[in-house]
Design a protein around this ligand. Sequence first.
Ligand SMILES: Nc1nc2c(ncn2[C@@H]2O[C@H](COP(=O)(O)OP(=O)(O)OP(=O)(O)O)[C@@H](O)[C@H]2O)c(=O)[nH]1
Length: 599
Amino acid sequence: MDNIRNFCVIAHIDHGKSTLSDRLLEYTNTISERKMKDQALDSMDLERERGITIKSHAIQLNYPHSDGTTYTFNLIDTPGHVDFSYEVSRSIAACEGALLLVDASQGIQAQTISNLYLALEHDLEIIPVLNKVDMDSALVEESTDEIVDLLGCAPEDVVLASGKTGFGVENILSAIVERVPAPDGDPKAPLTALIFDSVFNPFRGVIAYFRIFNGTLKKGDAVRFVHTENEYVADEIGVLQLDMHPRESLSVGDVGYIITGIKVSKEIKVGDTITHVENPAKSVIQGFEEVKPMVFAGIFPIDNDDFEDLRDSLEKLQLNDASLVYEPESSAALGFGFRCGFLGMLHLEIIQERLSREFDQEVITTVPNVSYFAYTNRAPNDRLIINTPNDLPDPTLLNRVEEPFIQAQIITKPEYIGGIMTLCMDKRGTMTKQVYLTTERVELTFELPLAEIVFDFYDRLKSISRGYASFDYTPLDYRESDLVKMDILLNNDPVDALSALVHREKAEAFGRKICKKLKELLPRQQFKIAIQASIGARVVARETVSALRKDVTAKCYGGDISRKRKLLEKQKKGKKKMRQIGNVEVPQKAFLEVLKLDD
Ligand SMILES: Nc1nc2c(ncn2[C@@H]2O[C@H](COP(=O)(O)OP(=O)(O)OP(=O)(O)O)[C@@H](O)[C@H]2O)c(=O)[nH]1
C-alpha cells in the first residue's frame, strides 16, 4: 500500500493531457514504442479523430524511483469537456493526487479552475505542471506566476514539462512519489470500492473500473452494488495495464476492473459503491448522482421505413453509453422517431456522428431544448417535466414554467469584457463576479438560462473574444420564466419538429430570424412557400419562398435518354435527404441549421 500512488491528470481542453500521459507510459515502459500509437489512452476512433477524450480510462504504471523502490502508479485519465464533468468528478474521487496541467502558451483557463476546484473538494494533493514549454510562444514566467497566485504555492513547486519532447517527465514522476500521499484504509475492514467508470465489451459484457478504499476483494466473491441494489459474483478481477491482467485478490488503494456478466451499461452506475454481500460496509462512498440528461432532441429516420433499424442502433449505442436516454416519439411532420436525452451539445453531436458512422443511419435531429418544469392549475405543485415543446400544457391550464439556470465561468482578456457582457445580457444572463487573475486576464462569473447557451453561445463567445475566452459551467437551479411556445408553419401546416419554447420578450425577434433563416435553407419549389412563425393563433413573422419551375432535364434536349435517366436518378437520390412536410420538401440539415442564427 505504501508503494501505491493514485493520481489523475486535470487540465483545460487541449492543454496536452493525452500527449503527456503517453510520455508517462513510454518512460515507465508500460507500453513498448512499437505499440505506441499517439494517444494510446484514447481508444475510440472518434476520440482520436476529434482529439478529445470522451471516456475516462485507467492504467497502471511501474516506476523505479531513485530511492530504490519500485512504485505502482495508477493513472486515471479524465475527460476534458463540460458535458462529461460528472465522470471527471468520480475519477478525481478515486485519487489522492492530481497533476494540474497548464499550457504555457495559454495560461490558466476556465476548465483549469473548475477542475482544480473539484480536486480541492476531494482534498487531492495538486502538482502543478507547466506544459508545452518547448513552444516558442510559451510564457513560462507569466504562466508560473498565475499558477502560484491561484494555488498559493511556491514557484519551485511548478514542474516544467513538454509532452512533445518528454522534457520534465522524470521530475513529474518523482514529484508524484514524493508529494502524493500513499492510500490509507484497512484491508480487513468491510469492502468499499468506488466505481469510477465502466466500458462495454462485446465479448465480456460490461467491465466496471473501481478503486478500493477499504477491505479486500477476491475473485469469486459475492458482491453488492449498493445504489442499484444488484448482487453479482466477481467472475474476474484484475488490474489494467494496456490490457486486462487478472488477479486473485485486490486490496486497499488498488485500482482495477471487475467482470460480473452484466450485459448492459445501464446496470452499472458510475459513482456507485461495491461491497460484499456478506459483511457489507455500513456506509457508502459519498457523491453518488444519477446522471441527468441536460439537452433533449428528437431523432427521426429520414425514411420512415428505417424506424426499427434506428431503434436497434440506439439500443446498441446505449449498451456502451449509459448516459444516452431515449423513448419513442411521434411527430406530425416527421413520423415516428425517438426523443433522446444528452449530457450536452457535444454529446448530441457525438451520438449523431456515431449513428452515421457505425450504423450507417442518417437521421434528422430536431431543435434541441432543455428540460423544463411546468406547473399546472389542476392542483398546487402539480409539476410536469417538459422535454419537448409539444408537451407544454394548454395556456389555460398552465400556472407557470421554470427553466434550468447555470453558473458560467469565463476567462478572457480585459478588452473583451464589454463584448462578452453584451452577449451574456442578450442571453438573459446576469454577471455575479469579476476577478482579475492578472492585469491581462480576468475571470467573469454569470448566471444564465441553460437554454440560451445550448445553441450558438460558444461560437459567438469565440468570435467576440477572437478565441481568447474559455468557458465552463455548472448547473445551478430552476427559475420561473415567462416562456411561450413558438410554432413554425409551412404553407399553413405546423411543423411540430421546429417548435421551440422561447422567452416572451424575445419571441418576435426570434420568430423573424427563424423565418428568414428558413427562407435561405428551403430550396425553391414549383409553388410558393409561405413560412410563418406564430404564438398561439398570432402570426408574428412571415417570409415567402417564390416558386420555381425546376426541370433538371431541360439541359438535355436531344434524344439521349440514358443521360436523362441518370440525371433523374441523381435528383431522386438528392431527395432522399429531404422530408415532405405537407406539400413542402425540407432538407435534412434545415432542422439543425435553422437555429444557427448569427446576426
Ligand atoms: N508544442 C507542444 N505541443 C503539444 C504538447 N503537448 C501537446 N501538444 C499538442 O497540443 C494538442 C492537444 O494535445 P492533447 O494531448 O490532445 O490535449 P488533451 O488535453 O489531451 O486534449 P483533450 O483530451 O481534448 O482535453 C495536440 O495538437 C498536441 O500535439 C507539448 O508539450 N508541446
